[in-house]
Ligand binder design. Structure first.
Ligand code: C2O
Ligand code: CU
Length: 494
């Protein structure tokens, strides 16, 4: 940017890009389409007691509504995928069949599982092949998701529509008096910015001077354009996933009504937080509960997010969107109040951490290095606690996502985190001049040779190399060598 600012013409261009490119759909969305609810995936229990799901990545034609009909990709359908749902302690198997004409992968974002089952860039599924990872659900009730993670192709595969929710349950969460009837008062919302061409076809829109790649100018929720939701209960729980490639949303309601934030990426909070905004970067989730009154309408809106830089308007930081209209029925079923206490959170003790690592995010690199499929950057020792310090060292907004573990934020810019960042997280937004200290524990699944990923979840940055690899090892073990990887081949490794 400094180079551009040194001449007057460039100043004018940047000024135009900052102001003329602004997107504002507030008041302009007509909410004519009933919100699609992703179906709950059917499953069977096999002879070994394992819950078995089938996901087929396929091409199709998707009707977003409002005349937007487009070739797209989906799992078991034309766009997005079914919601997988499993309970803590269950063993799951997912048969991932790839009927696309090219390789892909499916990563279980937020899941604690062996690296070889993680669906990162090493677990490629060749065209026509089926990959069947299995693992035991060993973490609290939470709203996770799944999406491709093929190195260099993640942005394109997710944008075309490959993503879905993965909801985990446990007895503690189920026993709470929270809305939990899927599709009735417990609603998944996969919110994505999209762009459409003149024939209604999905297009990849990358604004002039965007530092983050694709930024759509319209919104689809669960693959529905201009959606409305009929609400039939006094309280409704919204499980919000920012499934965009790069866009940051700052969700609230059109009348600024407060809502209870009850959960974040890795599970429920210890107590609800009353808020009227919740900002989510790409990949982050929030569970909120909101009250409605009979017969009213209110709109879920995205206000302009705080992206921390003078140039954030280039990256969507000045954009506002109407997202979804809630239409309350004339008569609402009663709902119990949100409990004052949710779930206990086992706070990790910073004095137990033997290792502190630093991650500097800048350009398309982490600690000055770009992703190399053949390099494992470091190894974390099993049964240890670590503190990771994450810095943004440039003018572009980044985020930071870690596979295998959920972590807790110790400090944000040196201060204790605000209420919405006090629960389990796997993805954090890291705009300019931001510094986090987070704490995590590595509990099992050692394998020196198969790495987990850490990366920016702005998918364009991730594809451009803003990613590294770590292994979890036994005491004294060094990071090993990943299985042979050759980009361009249809199958490598496991
Ligand atoms: Cu949502 Cu490594 O990804
Ligand atoms: Cu980034």
């Amino acid at each position: 940017m400094a180079v551009l600012l040194c001449c007057g013409g460039a100043v004018a261009v940047v000024t135009w890009a900052l102001t003329g490119n602004r997107i504002d759909t507030v008041g302009k969305v007509d909410f004519t389409n009933k919100l699609a609810i992703p179906p709950l995936a059917t499953s069977t229990v096999d002879s070994r007691g394992r819950r078995v799901f089938d996901l087929t990545a396929q091409e199709g034609i998707h009707d977003f509504g409002s005349g937007r009909v487009s070739p797209a990709w989906g799992f078991n359908g034309s766009y997005l995928g079914p919601t997988l749902r499993a309970k803590a302690g269950e063993q799951v198997v997912v048969n991932v069949k790839n009927t696309l004409g090219q390789k892909t992968t499916v990563h279980w974002h937020g899941m604690h599982l062996p690296a070889v089952m993680d669906g990162g860039p090493h677990q490629q599924v060749a065209p026509g092949a089926t990959w069947s990872p299995n693992w035991v659900i060993d973490q609290p009730a939470s709203t996770l998701w799944y999406h491709p993670h093929l190195h260099g192709e993640t942005a394109a595969h997710v944008y075309k529509g490959l993503a879905g929710m993965f909801i985990l349950d446990d007895p503690t969460a189920t026993s709470l008096a929270l809305p939990q009837a899927y599709g009735v008062d417990d609603i998944p919302l996969i919110v994505q910015d999209k762009a459409f061409g003149s024939d209604g076809e999905l297009t990849e829109r990358t604004p002039f001077l965007s530092g983050v790649g694709i930024l759509g100018d319209e919104i689809a929720v669960n693959g529905t354009h201009s959606p409305y939701l009929d609400v039939t209960t006094r309280l409704v729980r919204l499980r919000i996933l920012n499934g965009s490639n790069a866009r940051v949303f700052n969700f609230g309601f059109s009348d600024n009504r407060p809502f209870s934030l009850i959960g974040t990426d890795g599970g429920l909070l210890d107590k609800p937080a009353s808020m009227n905004r919740i900002q989510l970067a790409s990949g982050e989730r929030a569970e909120i509960v909101v009250a409605v009154t009979p017969g009213e309408r209110t709109v879920v809106r995205s206000y302009d997010p705080d992206q921390g830089s003078d140039f954030d308007a280039l990256n969507g930081g000045a954009d506002t969107f109407d997202i979804l209209e809630l239409r309350a029925a004339a008569t609402l079923s009663p709902s119990p109040d949100v409990p004052a206490a949710l779930v206990p959170i086992d706070r990790l003790n910073p004095s137990d951490a033997k290792v502190t690592r630093k991650f500097s995010l800048s350009g398309h690199s982490i600690n000055g290095k770009q992703m190399d499929m053949n390099r494992i950057d470091f190894a974390a020792q099993v049964d240890t606690t670590e503190i990771w310090e994450v810095f943004n060292n440039d003018g572009d907004p980044h985020s930071f996502h870690v596979h295998d573990v959920q972590f807790l934020i110790l400090t944000l810019n040196g201060a204790p985190p605000p209420p919405h960042l006090t629960g389990w997280k796997d993805t954090i937004f890291v705009p300019s001049d931001t510094y986090y200290r987070v704490i995590m524990r590595f509990t099992d699944y050692t394998d020196p040779n198969i790495p987990y990923m850490y990366h920016c979840h702005v998918l364009y940055h991730e594809d451009a190399g803003m990613m590294g690899q770590f292994a979890v090892v036994n005491p004294g073990q060094a990071p090993g060598t990943p299985p042979a990887y050759r980009s361009g081949t249809d199958h490598a490794g496991h």
